[in-house]
Design a protein around this ligand. Structure first.
Ligand code: KIV
Ligand code: NA
Length: 271
């Protein structure tokens, strides 16, 4: 199977405005996860959510370009079908389009990923245009933008007031018109997600948004049930934390009772 391309993803909007087959996206940070998800997905996102999910950081703010590059390279090595998109971490792109280009180019050189994602709306539109016009495909991210947690004051849903809703719609339009090939809409009230999906020319990828978006994304560890507490928008498709606990409990029991290793796991001397 040949790897999908950014233009092929972009073209999935063509027939329309939520009417085509939705794009399937999940996060991946490691090679084995990438291998397992790749055949089922259109895009793999090396999200800066790795800060919390695999490093135990309090937010995505401390995540560095080096962390994104290390995990991005692993995900590219573990996939051959999906488009790999890497998050630009906080502080690596906001200051200027030039700074963003330098950071994004370095990430793509280090990893072989096809595209970057960055958070923000109208303020980031010139940067989205700068990168897109210079050969770096950009995925936008509007609504609940976790890198802005200190400014937003938390991770609650966005767009509940008319003014905030209008701002999110304007943000999505700005990055789409600047050339973003897709836009993540996170944690917004559903009518806003639908309005954006109908009014921009590229696919929308929802997370806590609407089934009418042109695609969906979730954090893989969330949807596999690795965490007890998750946002409302997470559907747990499995209970991996329960299954891992049961397996490790059995291992501990077998070690303590000397049931493990058994005859199948030990090497007999040659006679
Ligand atoms: O970092 C991340 O995982 C993300 C998605 C949840 C959209 O940005
Ligand atoms: Na992110």
């Amino acid at each position: 199977m040949k790897r999908l391309t950014v233009p092929a993803i972009r073209a999935r909007k063509a027939d329309g405005q939520g009417g085509g087959e939705p794009l399937v996206m999940l996060t991946a940070y490691t090679v084995r996860t990438a291998q397992l998800l790749d055949p089922h997905c259109d895009m793999l996102l090396v999200g800066d959510s790795l800060g919390q999910v695999i490093y135990g950081l309090p937010s995505t703010i401390p995540v560095t370009l080096e962390m994104m590059a290390a995990h991005g390279a692993a995900v590219v090595r573990g996939s051959y079908h999906s488009v790999v998109v890497i998050d630009m971490p906080f502080g690596s792109y906001e200051a200027s389009p030039e700074k963003a280009f330098e950071s994004a180019a370095w990430l793509l050189k280090q990893t072989g990923a096809a595209a970057v994602k960055l958070e923000g709306g109208t303020a980031m539109a010139p940067t989205v245009a700068f990168l897109s016009e210079r050969g770096i495909p950009v995925m936008g991210h509007v609504g609940l933008t976790p890198q802005a947690v200190n400014a937003l004051g938390g991770y609650g849903a966005r767009g509940r007031s008319a003014a905030e809703a209008a701002k999110i719609v304007a943000d999505a339009k700005a990055v789409a018109e600047a050339g973003a090939f897709a836009v993540v809409i996170e944690g917004v009230v559903e009518p806003i997600a639908i309005q954006i999906t109908r009014s921009i020319a590229c696919p929308t990828i929802g997370i806590g948004a609407s089934a009418q978006c042109d695609g969906q994304v979730l954090v893989t560890e969330d949807m596999l049930g690795m965490f007890e507490r998750t946002a409302r928008f997470v559907k747990k498709f499995d209970d991996l934390s329960g299954r891992i606990s049961a397996a490790v409990d059995q291992y501990a029991t077998d070690v303590r009772s000397r049931a493990f290793p058994g005859v199948e796991q030990i090497y007999a001397p040659k006679d």
